[in-house]
Structures are given as structure tokens and as C-alpha cells.
Design a protein around this ligand. Structure first.
Ligand SMILES: [Zn+2]
Length: 314
């Protein structure tokens, strides 16, 4: 199956032409105005047309357009229900299926970005042959997705399994979703600067002089023995690991896969998470496999073929 595959992020989008598990061509597009999704569509149109030309293909050679989106969406009507505050605020009024029909003459499906990453990993990554899995993406926020019995778990209102918003602390930090103490509010890239600044001893820490308070910085300063960085790191690791235990008890997977940009520090994340989960998860049948996503940033793009196939058969 050939398809146009689009991965929408907060600061950039990637447009690609894929054939099954291969990316034939791809182009990264900077998002100049993150508040407007409509403003991005003309750029996506031009990029997709240029990529099709580069591949010697016409739109009619493709089965459809697949879109990975950071929000709550209905994959089949392509309606977007909710986005992070300040990102693509006009999404609900954008008719993506009409855009795809008019520009390419193709059907369009959309899916939440964590679910697309899970679809991609199942199709051609670390979850091949595994139909019962949880995916957690550690990045700006914390994305989550669940597959059970080979089917994505979506729920009636398309919110099921959004694991970043399960509570880690009932009286914790305010979250962008309106709740408190979510895994995302307690340990994500957007929450990290405030967590660091409020940590006792921050002013004396190497973190105070760092140009950016992101996880790469926290893990780097931890390696050099900075006490505050190590304490923040250990707390975030515990939040993620406890969140994973909750997801295992809720959804009974064979495997949990961790993806997202923060996993560039997988050497400091996976050993702790594995030890914690194997010590605390109630799994009398055996051990849940804990691993790293294999496809990196391409997972969402490579979820296109299974998503469009599901659309055809639904
Ligand atoms: Zn939340």
C-alpha cells in the first residue's frame, strides 16, 4: 500500500510518501503559527505534491492520506475534539476529509499520535507479532496508547488509554488536561523547568546555569553527579515507572514500549523502569516485556498503512 502520511507535531510537521513499511520520501515543515491548523494545510498540500512527483507517483497511486495528530480525534470522521492549549486552536473547524478529497481525491484517516506510533511499532517495529501492548511516548507531554487483542483501544469518546493523564498523585501539580498530578504533569518536558526550579538546592545546582531545562540536560547533569539533577531524574523515573504499573494493571499487556525524544537517554531510563515494574506489577502469569520503540520518530508515519487498512475494513 502506498499512502501520503503526515505527522503533526507542536513545532513542526513531517509529510511523507510511504509504501507499506518504507518511507519513500519525506519533508519536514516548520510550523510558523502553531495556533492555526488551517494555515498549515497549504504547506502540507505543496509538500505532498512535491514528494509524489519526487517518487514518480500520482495521488491516485495512493490508498489514502493518514494523519498523526497530538490530540483527541475520531479517526473515521476525521473530527478533532481537543488539542493542547494554544496549539491548533481552530482544529475543530477544519474539514480534513474535504481537504484531502479536493486536493488529492483521496480518503483520509486521522489518529492520535501515540496510537499512530503504536500502530507503526506493531506493523514494522518492536511490537511485531504482539497484539496486547501499551505504548508510552515521553516527549513534550506524555502520550499513551493501548492495543488489546490486536485492536487499538479507543473507547466511546476516543479517550481510552491516554496514559499520560492517569494520576500519579491525587494532590499533585495542575495538568493541562484540567486534572492534577497526571503522569504528564509530574514528569514531562513541559513540566520539567518548573519542577527543577522548585527543587530544594536548585540555585546551587548545575541546572541553574543550563541554557535549557530539558531531560537531556537533567540526564547529562546526573551523569556528572549533580545532586539536584539526580533527584529530579529519580523522581521522574519513579513517576513513569509507577504510571506503567498502573497501565499494566488496567490493560494487561504482554509488552510496554517506550518512545519519544526523551528516550534518547534510554540507558538511564530502561534499567530503572524494568526493575521497578518487575518488582511492583501484579502479573502472576510472568513478566511484561519492557522495551524501547524501534522506529524512533518514524513510528507515526509508518502507522499509515495499518490505519488506512483498518479504515477500509471498518
Ligand atoms: Zn492531565
Amino acid at each position: 500500500m502506498k499512502a501520503i502520511s503526515i505527522d503533526i507535531g507542536g513545532s513542526h510537521a513531517v509529510c511523507a510518501v510511504i509504501e507499506d513499511a518504507r518511507i519513500l520520501a519525506a519533508q519536514r515543515i516548520g510550523v510558523a503559527d502553531a495556533s492555526s491548523f488551517a494555515a498549515l494545510l497549504p504547506e502540507l498540500t505543496s509538500a505532498a505534491r512535491a514528494l509524489l512527483r519526487e517518487c514518480g507517483l500520482a495521488a491516485a497511486d495512493c490508498a489514502g492520506v493518514a494523519v498523526s495528530f497530538p490530540g483527541i480525534v475520531d479517526p473515521f470522521s476525521a473530527r478533532i475534539f481537543s488539542t493542547p492549549k494554544g496549539k491548533y486552536d481552530d482544529s475543530a473547524s477544519v474539514d480534513l476529509q474535504q481537504w484531502s478529497r479536493e486536493r488529492f481525491g483521496l480518503p483520509l484517516r486521522i489518529e492520535n499520535d501515540a496510537r499512530m506510533a503504536l500502530l507503526g511499532e506493531r506493523f514494522c517495529g518492536s511490537l511485531q507479532g504482539c497484539g496486547d501492548a501499551v505504548m508510552l511516548t515521553l516527549g513534550t507531554g506524555v502520550g499513551g496508547a493501548v492495543m488489546t487483542g490486536g485492536c487499538l483501544l479507543r473507547g466511546k469518546h476516543f479517550q481510552a488509554g491516554l496514559g499520560g493523564h492517569l494520576p500519579a498523585l491525587f494532590d499533585g501539580r495542575p495538568c493541562i488536561c484540567g486534572s492534577r498530578g497526571c503522569t504528564e504533569a509530574e514528569a514531562s518536558t513541559w513540566a520539567l523547568p518548573e519542577i527543577c526550579r522548585r527543587w530544594p538546592g536548585f540555585a546551587q545546582s548545575a541546572l541553574a546555569d543550563a541554557p535549557a531545562l530539558d531531560f537531556a540536560t537533567v540526564f547529562q547533569c546526573s551523569r556528572t553527579g549533580d545532586a539536584v539533577a539526580m533527584a529530579v531524574r529519580d523522581r521522574c523515573l519513579a513517576v513513569w515507572a509507577a504510571g506503567i504499573v498502573g497501565l499494566i494493571h488496567a490493560f494487561d499487556p504482554d509488552a510496554v514500549v517506550l518512545g519519544g525524544a526523551v528516550m534518547q537517554s534510554a540507558d538511564q531510563i530502561l534499567p530503572f523502569v524494568k526493575d521497578y515494574v518487575h518488582a511492583h506489577a501484579w502479573t502472576p502469569w510472568g513478566k511484561v516485556r519492557i522495551g524501547r520503540a524501534a522506529l524512533g520518530g518514524d513510528a507515526g508515519l509508518l502507522g499509515a498503512a495499518p490505519l488506512l487498512q483498518e479504515g477500509v475494513s471498518a
